[in-house]
Design a protein around this ligand. Sequence first.
Ligand SMILES: Cc1cc2nc3c(=O)[nH]c(=O)nc-3n(C[C@H](O)[C@H](O)[C@H](O)COP(=O)(O)OP(=O)(O)OC[C@H]3O[C@@H](n4cnc5c(N)ncnc54)[C@H](O)[C@@H]3O)c2cc1C
Length: 292
Amino acid sequence: MRGSASSMTVLRPRTVHEALAAYANASNAIPLVGGTDLMVSWNLGELNDRVILDLSGLADWSRITETKTGLYIGAFATHTQLQQHPVVQKDFPLLAKACATVGGVQIQNRGTIGGNIANASPAGDTFPPLAIYDARVHIASTRGRRVLPFLDIFAGVKKTTLRGGELIEAIELPFLEYEPSIEMFRKVGTRAAQAISKTVAAAMIWFSEDEETVWDLRFALGSMAPTVRRLRKVEAYVRGRKLTPAVIAEASKLLKADVSPIDDVRSTAAYRLATSQRLLEYFLGPEPDVEP
Ligand SMILES: Cc1cc2nc3c(=O)[nH]c(=O)nc-3n(C[C@H](O)[C@H](O)[C@H](O)COP(=O)(O)OP(=O)(O)OC[C@H]3O[C@@H](n4cnc5c(N)ncnc54)[C@H](O)[C@@H]3O)c2cc1C
C-alpha cells in the first residue's frame, strides 16, 4: 500500500515547548524532522492513519554551540551543517567525515543527527565516531530533562531507550584532553555514495612518550552487531603494549569477542568480520590505512 497523506493527522507545533506538550498528549505520534527515514516508511504506507509530529520548522534545536568543555549539537543539526562547522572539522573530524558519507548530498542536507540516532539502525554512520568521542545524549520531555551516555540510547535494532513523549534535544561532545597520535574513519559499502555500510569504523590511538607503547586506544564498529560496539576487549588488551605483529594478531582475534555480525542482503557475517579485522590490523600496523 502506498502512503496516503489524507489518512494522517499532522501536528505542527510552533515552539519546542508546544512540541513537547503535543508529544506528551499524543505519545504514539511519530516525530518528523528531516523526514529522510520517514519518507521511506511513508512510501510503504507505514505511516497511514498515524499522527505525525512535524518538527521540521523548529530552528531552536538546530544550533551547534561551542562551550568551555566541548560542543553542544542541537538534535536538528543536519549532516551538512556538521560537516561544515569549523569546530567539528578541527576537534571532531571523524564526525565530519562520517556525515559526509551519509547517503548523498540531498540526504545530508535534510537528514539530522538526532534522526540518525533515533532511527537506531545498526548501520548508522555517525555512531562509531560518536561512540569514541564519548558523546552524551540530552533528552527532553514535559517531565524534564535527562542525559545518557551515547551507547545507552540504543536498545537493539531500530530500538532506543527513549520513553513516551521524549525527544532527543542535543548531543554533547566533550573536547579531547590530548590530540590522538593517529585517527581513522572508514566506511565499507558497495559504492562511494548512497551505500549502507557493510562495516563502518572509527578509531583513535595515543602513544606514550617513547612513541611505541600504546597509551590509549578507542575503536568502534557499526553494522557488526545490533547496535554500535566499542571494542572494549581490544582496547584493554593493547593499552600499555607495543604494537608487535604478535600483539596486532592477538588484537585481531579478540575483535570477534566484541561483535556479532550477521548475514543479510548487504553482506555476509564472514565478509564483515574479515574486513573489520583488516581495518583494525591496518590501523594498528606500521603504515596505518587511515584515508576515508
Ligand atoms: C536514500 C537514503 C540514504 C541513506 N543513507 C544513509 C547512510 O549512508 N548512513 C546513515 O547513517 N543513514 C542513512 N540514511 C538514513 C537517514 O538519512 C539518516 O538516519 C538521517 O540522519 C535521519 O534524520 P532525519 O532528520 O531525516 O530523520 P526522520 O526521518 O525525520 O526521523 C527518523 C526517525 O527518528 C525519529 N526522530 C527524528 N528526530 C528525533 C528526535 N529529535 N527525537 C526523537 N525522535 C526523533 C523519527 O520519529 C523517526 O522514527 C539514508 C536514508 C535514505 C533515504
